[in-house]
Design a protein around this ligand. Structure first.
Ligand code: 0L1
Ligand code: MG
Length: 256
């Protein structure tokens, strides 16, 4: 029987070498979601042992478009580290990933601790600022195919994130138009309302779900609220720019 620590090593090495692995559930069909979150925590502990620092959390599958794209219909979450933060306007090196995709998101930065069952008003009161953002997701599983325990163990596909200019916490982000362009051509058009009807609900879910793992949202944590549209595949040579109504734009270039 493979231990949870051994499984964490497998997903961590796949992420750091960008070599795809078979789904864990192929050999372990009974793997539970609870064990998958334990594998995720152990794989992040390996990153922290290498010097990476906590940067916050990502929420995943918070929109219908995302759920349909990957065939999993449950909100999931993962952990962000400082090494995953990418320089807005800079280059994304394609060879560091297995098969990266990008999706437009809203990011929150936390100003006060937030934990457990909270209301939307309480969540908003804990927000220091809000920003336009993009997440780079990269499943470490072959063909970007997985079951729920696989993706959870794989840090919910989190690989990188871009954050644009921070705006006041009071900025209304409930229903903002979003256009993601590649080389000037719109590839995804949507609204922040696609994120659970209002991205603040994603923050409410984050507080509740991380509490199950004995954690809470801490001041300085960034919370990525989840993709507002389906994710788009990345290849070298692309220039990706996403414009968020009233929040501004976030961009990067893909290099080999
Ligand atoms: O919304 C998300 O960030 C989902 C991540 C997991 C599924 C995927 O890789 O698309
Ligand atoms: Mg995402």
């Amino acid at each position: 029987m493979t231990s949870l620590a051994e499984l964490a090593t497998i997903v961590d090495e796949a992420a750091s070498t960008a070599i795809a692995i078979p789904q864990l559930t192929e050999s372990l069909p009974g793997l539970s979601v609870e064990d998958a979150y334990a594998i995720q925590a152990l794989s992040l502990a390996r990153r922290r042992a290498r010097g990476e620092r906590r940067a916050g959390y990502k929420m995943g599958l918070t929109s219908r478009a995302k759920m349909q794209q990957v065939g999993v219909s449950e909100i999931i979450w993962g952990r962000l580290t400082d090494a995953m933060r990418l320089i807005e306007g800079g280059d994304l090196v394609r060879s560091r990933y297995v098969h990266p995709r990008v999706e437009p998101e809203i990011a929150y930065i936390i100003g006060k601790p937030l934990e457990g069952d909270v209301s939307a008003a309480e969540a908003l009161a804990a927000v220091e600022a809000v920003a336009p953002a993009m997440e780079i997701i990269d499943s470490r599983y072959r063909d970007f195919k997985f079951a729920l325990p696989d993706v959870v163990a794989d840090n919910s596909s989190s690989s990188g994130f871009y954050v644009g200019s921070w705006a006041k916490a009071s900025t209304d982000v409930a229903n903002l138009g979003i256009v993601m362009e590649v080389d000037g051509r719109p590839v995804q058009i949507g609204s922040s309302a696609a994120i659970l009807g209002n991205p603040i609900r994603s923050l409410v879910s984050a507080a509740r779900l991380v509490a199950r793992a004995g954690e809470r949202l801490e001041p300085g944590d960034i919370v990525m609220a989840g993709g507002a549209t389906a994710a788009y595949p990345l290849t070298p040579g692309q220039y990706v720019r996403t414009t968020f109504q009233s929040l501004g734009a976030v961009a990067f270039s893909v290099v080999a």
